[in-house]
Design a protein around this ligand. Structure first.
Ligand code: SF4
Ligand code: SF4
Length: 209
């Protein structure tokens, strides 16, 4: 599998997708949100995380860790944000996994890299620099955040597996600190995340006692 860095070119540019919405349908609970996705959505929708749970996001458990995902609706199981024209109604605030499609992420060796997925049916895609395709401001901070978030989830998975009796406590801590507890909307997201990251590591070490 070929892995790409953000400064590499890859054939992923779907030219605006032109009426295709394949990757916005039938995705089950796989469009998983990270804290930055959640922060961006709460700002865009003017809703709290808990209010979003009422109509646009759900929770699922993956390898012992509870995480939020976008909801699908209707007989064709389309994303709740797909509008009648088959376009994304929250395009500027779409989650990271939607931004990178048709790419997937790899964290092999502690480095964030991208690889091509086969699910996008669009033919004749053009080459584009991955950095541009991701359409994400503060890309360096965002990449550091993604690596930290990935590491933390791994740590929590291990912890939940090693101490199943503490799994609920650990998951509630994760959900509360990174999703339910509001972020200051006008302050830098990444520094708020780092402060919470340090807090969760401290609390995790306390649960070891
Ligand atoms: S958020 Fe937008 S891009 Fe992502 S699945 Fe939903 S409609 Fe598609
Ligand atoms: S499957 Fe490919 S062409 Fe279709 S909406 Fe998704 S990225 Fe665009």
């Amino acid at each position: 599998m070929k892995l790409y860095g953000i400064n590499d070119m890859a054939r992923v540019d779907c030219a605006g997708c032109e009426g295709c919405s394949v990757c916005c349908r039938g995705m089950g609970d796989t469009i998983v949100l990270d804290p930055f996705d959640s922060y961006r959505l709460t700002k865009r929708l003017h809703k709290s995380f808990e209010e979003m749970l009422d109509d646009c996001i759900g929770l699922h458990v993956a390898e012992g860790v509870i995480l939020p995902h976008l909801l699908m609706a209707g007989e064709d199981a389309h994303c709740v944000f797909l509008n009648e024209e088959g376009r994304c109604s929250i395009h500027e605030a779409r989650p990271g996994l939607c931004r990178i499609f048709p790419l997937g992420r790899s964290y092999e060796g502690g480095e964030l890299r991208y690889f091509l997925l086969e699910e996008c049916p669009k033919e004749g895609k053009s080459k584009v620099k991955i950095h541009k395709w991701l359409d994400t401001p503060d890309i360096t901070k965002n990449q550091q955040f993604l690596i930290s978030w990935h590491r933390l989830r791994g740590k929590l998975r291990e912890k939940a597996a090693a101490t199943p009796e503490k799994s609920k406590e650990i998951n509630l801590l994760l959900l509360h600190l990174f999703f339910v507890q509001p972020y200051e909307k006008d302050a830098d997201f990444y520094s708020q995340f780092e402060a919470r990251y340090a807090e969760v590591l401290l609390k995790l070490s306390e649960t070891e006692g």
